[in-house]
Design a protein around this ligand. Sequence first.
Ligand SMILES: Cc1cc2nc3c(=O)[nH]c(=O)nc-3n(C[C@H](O)[C@H](O)[C@H](O)COP(=O)(O)OP(=O)(O)OC[C@H]3O[C@@H](n4cnc5c(N)ncnc54)[C@H](O)[C@@H]3O)c2cc1C
Length: 592
Amino acid sequence: MHAPPFYKAFAEARDFNRGADHIAPDCAGQNFYAIDRGLRDLLQIYLEPDDFRRLEPHFDRLGALAGGRLDELARAADKHPPVLNARDRSGRDEDWIDYHSSYREMERIAFGDFQFHAMSHRAGTLDMDRPLPAAAKYALQYLFVQAEFGLMCPISVTDTSIHLIRKFASPELRDYLLPRMLSADVATMWKGTQFMTERAGGSDVGAIKTTARCEDGVWRLFGDKWFCSHADADVALLLARPEGAPDGTRGLALFALPRRLKDGRRNAYRIVRLKDKLGTRSMASGEILLEGAVAYLVGEAERGLTQMMEQVNLSRLSHGVRAAAMMRRCVNEAMICARSRVAFGKPIIEHPLLRRQLLKIAVPAEQALSMFLFTADAMHRANAGSKEAESNLRILTPLLKFRACRDNIPVATGAMEVRGGNGYIEEWVHARLVRDAHIGVLWEGTSNINALDIVARAVGKNRSHRTLEAVLTKLLDEATPIPAPFRDRLRRTLDRALVFAERVAAEPHLEETARQAASSLYHITSSILMTWEATRPKADARRALYARLVLEHRLSAQDPLEPHYGDWERDAAEIMFSERKVALPEIAGLLS
Ligand SMILES: Cc1cc2nc3c(=O)[nH]c(=O)nc-3n(C[C@H](O)[C@H](O)[C@H](O)COP(=O)(O)OP(=O)(O)OC[C@H]3O[C@@H](n4cnc5c(N)ncnc54)[C@H](O)[C@@H]3O)c2cc1C
């Protein structure tokens, strides 16, 4: 791995650009792994040393691709969205979607080279003799999405479909689907997707109207799926109501719907049209009409939604990772621009108000990075049998999805603004980042749905906030190099956030504050994580300064008629924008 000193690559780009009328460069050509000190440090905390050593060349290679070829391909794919063909030239209803060659090349990188879809499920990807740990998989998603967001939907939903089929499908169905889905041969493999939403039922899943009829032992589906991303996938997992089953979510069963029948004919469903979307333009989302399509029941008919929720939760985690990735791209773009663009005689990073804007971009990005790696680690431990980790995963997943996806929107807009007018022009990446950011608050549950899940179920029903408290307390106890008054503040804030969430869960009239309670839990969790991370051997101590900024600006009362600014922040900003690694003793005085 050729890791340059922190931001050296940026400095080179800045110097190159000097004198060229000061149009600031973008991150094209950078290695997104090499320039990401936070990621490199944290992976050494969350991966076993041997795994890190084996996987680091792949992080490095993907980092270079994400800043290079993938970035070029993503730009092209965004400009050449997929096109639906309803019929062939002989008038047969052979609907198919044409993709631009750039999208196809990205698929080869994702499914053929890196095998994202299979890396959690079998050995043999990226030189590993076993499936990758969750932190490694999500770190790779994080690097990929810094270049291309749209394709991560098909990648992730293939991965999560494989999970459901492995866990719940009958042995015959597994034997039929899994070898095809786990293949790395891009020309013949079967990719997955998930069709749940209907006109009447997005959040309100129980309103789903699609019916399933069993004829001579074969299930046939009839209905209209309104939002179908990766519309031409080879296998879709979907919910339908078997005839005679009860209303509401209790009556929904989970089915696997193949695009082709065993004899090669097209299954009886049609992609009616593609959506003309604000973002994720490289990837096809459509509407699908089920006209007696053959499908296979997955697991128990009565447990359809419970089973499907496993896929939803895996997707939610990935959405949090994707938001973290896009925010990182925003940070990188904003930093390279701020260091090289000159206004009023000096680089704009030297203007105090602009520095403040940069911190507003950087802090949520760092929070999301810590949160997704911690959540992935909980998943890894839960898969190994830890009940405490399973409980933590239960609450961390919607917390990450909810808050990181929301933060992504102002961060993307903020980074665009740092670039000034050029940021609004489609030749630069910002317009795409702004467009793509907005989908995160919609799919796999809106902000409200995720906040209610956190408060009503993860806190109220599962009591997961108390296992989270236990692990955060342990981390605070371990963070002894941090001054005690700062750790005490974090501890007191944690107590208040937990009590607040419990109140909202217990008192129905407080439902309107579910988002506030969820945000508080996210902010205090990420603050404690970043504080602890700052104390780990070899880690960069500036993470503790991010933690304090969260504490001051997200978890403390502010008077709108007083400056929201402490003198300590000037010194902190000086250190945070330096291009060197920061040691704990030099910032300890700023943590109180
Ligand atoms: C580009 C795109 C791709 C998509 N791809 C897929 C896909 O592949 N598969 C799939 O299944 N779905 C997909 N979706 C659908 C997406 O998951 C839904 O749009 C989303 O879940 C919201 O459902 P809805 O659109 O029916 O909105 P509604 O459920 O009608 O919600 C409308 C508003 O009401 C709020 N609301 C609803 N219930 C409550 C409540 N109890 N309390 C407070 N507020 C509430 C919501 O937060 C929202 O703001 C996609 C959507 C988009 C835009």
